[in-house]
Write a new protein. Structure first.
Length: 91
């Protein structure tokens, strides 16, 4: 995508829409990594529930979720870069 397209897309989408798109892309990417056996299914489910809770889903408080993500990074279940991306979008 050229820079001019990025500029026009940024102007087209609101900030909340851009965050929603980033969260959806992240969850989809984690799903692909899970299918390839690179990240645990539990991680993908926790991120999905945190970002897109459905009726009856219990989300974690921000501090608890951040601690969980730091734990999975420390266990090397997900890269530090991916963990930082998750935390940035969760905050």
């Amino acid at each position: 995508m050229s820079n001019s397209n990025r500029t026009s897309n940024s102007a087209y989408y609101s900030e909340s829409e851009r965050v929603l798109i980033k969260k959806a892309r992240l969850v989809l990417g984690l799903g692909v990594q899970r299918a390839a056996g690179r990240v645990p299914a539990q991680l993908v489910e926790k991120v999905l529930v945190q970002f897109f809770p459905r009726d009856g889903d219990e989300t974690m408080c921000v501090e608890e979720f951040a601690a969980y993500i730091r734990l999975v990074v420390a266990r090397k279940e997900v890269s530090g870069a991916r963990g930082a991306q998750i935390l940035e979008l969760a905050g």
